[in-house]
Unconditional design. Structure first.
Length: 356
């Protein structure tokens, strides 16, 4: 990918200008039957959904995310109160996605069960098992989806029922690191490795080649710190080829003479090589996802060990745009706007990043 021109951590800043993924949303907001439900249901890709601006008063005794597929023949007006829908799993526990507390104006992202795709859905609901009632229910128009690559356009989601995260790798955990960057991962204890999926936006500006996404382990054991970080930079190029490159970040500068933000094989920190194992990657409707694997044990002097049982592992992440084969940073704002998870300070401790 060429030289790194910079790598700004997004733990205390906002991308500017903000990249907006070409997600597709249902035009009507979620209807509020009970308990102050608000939000708009959107599709990021054929397996990933998000409720933008979600609100719920938390007073329902047992509220869950449910869906009805197109084979069941229901609409939002006639879904049965006894909850004969299908559960949407919680991204961390893998069990039913239950709401246990109030939520206000948050973005709630989740994935469909393995083998289920957006175009299979007919109705989305939030159902209470204790009250046998739906707090909201909305029809999912099939006009939002297409199965033909040549017909895919702005305002539709390509639904091929293959790949795109609904296939071979089932991710046990997820975290929305930033409004333009999500991380999924699963711990492979038998293989002593972790498989990651980074998803974010591609560049909407033709002057830029593409957008890179970065994630890795902090250079400090007690804080989020760029210097000394072991990061993986991923992107999908204009020929739709995914890339995953291992970087060692030794300074707040572009790579030069083996120092700065350098690919491992160009770093002067030691005899290092690319330890990121590329699995797959794709782009769709303005978003990109790249799947890669890292081993528990450090591959060389530029890498860090991954301890899956460390609940206090500090991380780094970043997003930028590449131009003329040189990765450039975006400007930064002091305002933090990630509403998907609660953040209390500029230095963020993300617990259970690698735990199961």
């Amino acid at each position: 990918m060429g030289l790194i021109c910079g790598f700004f951590l997004l733990t205390a800043c906002l991308l500017y200008p903000s990249l907006v993924c070409a997600e597709v949303c249902i035009s009507e907001p979620l209807p509020n039957f009970q308990h102050g439900i608000q939000g708009r249901l959107c599709f990021i890709d054929q397996t990933t959904l998000v409720i933008r601006g979600f609100a719920y008063d938390g007073r329902g005794p047992a509220a869950y995310l449910y869906y009805y597929d197109t084979t069941q023949g229901y609409t939002a007006e006639d879904v049965p109160a006894n909850g004969r829908g299908k559960e949407i799993p919680h991204p961390v526990t893998g069990g039913a996605f239950q709401f246990r507390e109030s939520v206000s104006n948050q973005d709630l992202q989740f994935s469909l069960p393995e083998g289920v795709y957006a175009c299979d859905l007919a109705v989305f609901t939030i159902w209470c098992s204790a009250a046998n009632s739906h707090f909201t229910a909305i029809d999912i128009p099939q006009s939002l989806f297409t199965t033909d690559q040549s017909e895919a356009a702005s305002g539709t989601i390509l639904c091929t029922r293959t790949g795109g995260g609904g296939g071979a790798t089932v991710f046990e955990n997820c975290e929305q690191l930033h409004q333009d960057l999500t991380l999924d991962w699963t711990v492979n204890r038998a293989d002593e490795s972790v498989t990651f999926r980074l998803c974010g936006c591609t560049s909407p500006n033709d002057a830029f080649d593409n957008t890179w996404l970065g994630f890795g382990l902090s250079g400090s054991e007690s804080a989020t710190f760029m210097i000394g970080a072991d990061a993986t930079i991923v992107w999908v190029d204009r020929e739709d080829q995914p890339h995953a490159e291992d970087y060692y970040l030794s300074a707040y500068t572009q790579c030069g003479g083996g120092t700065g933000a350098c690919p491992d094989d160009q770093s002067s920190a030691g005899t290092c090589s690319n330890s990121a194992i590329l699995e797959t990657g794709f782009t769709q409707d303005g978003s990109q996802c790249v799947v890669f694997t890292r081993n528990f044990s450090a591959g060389d002097e530029c890498d860090q060990d991954i301890n899956p049982d460390n609940e206090n592992q500090y991380i780094v992440w970043g997003v930028g745009r590449s131009w003329r084969h040189c990765i450039q940073t975006l400007c930064q704002s002091r305002k933090w706007r990630c509403t998907a998870t609660s953040r209390s300070s500029a230095v963020k401790k993300l617990r259970r990043v690698f735990g199961v």
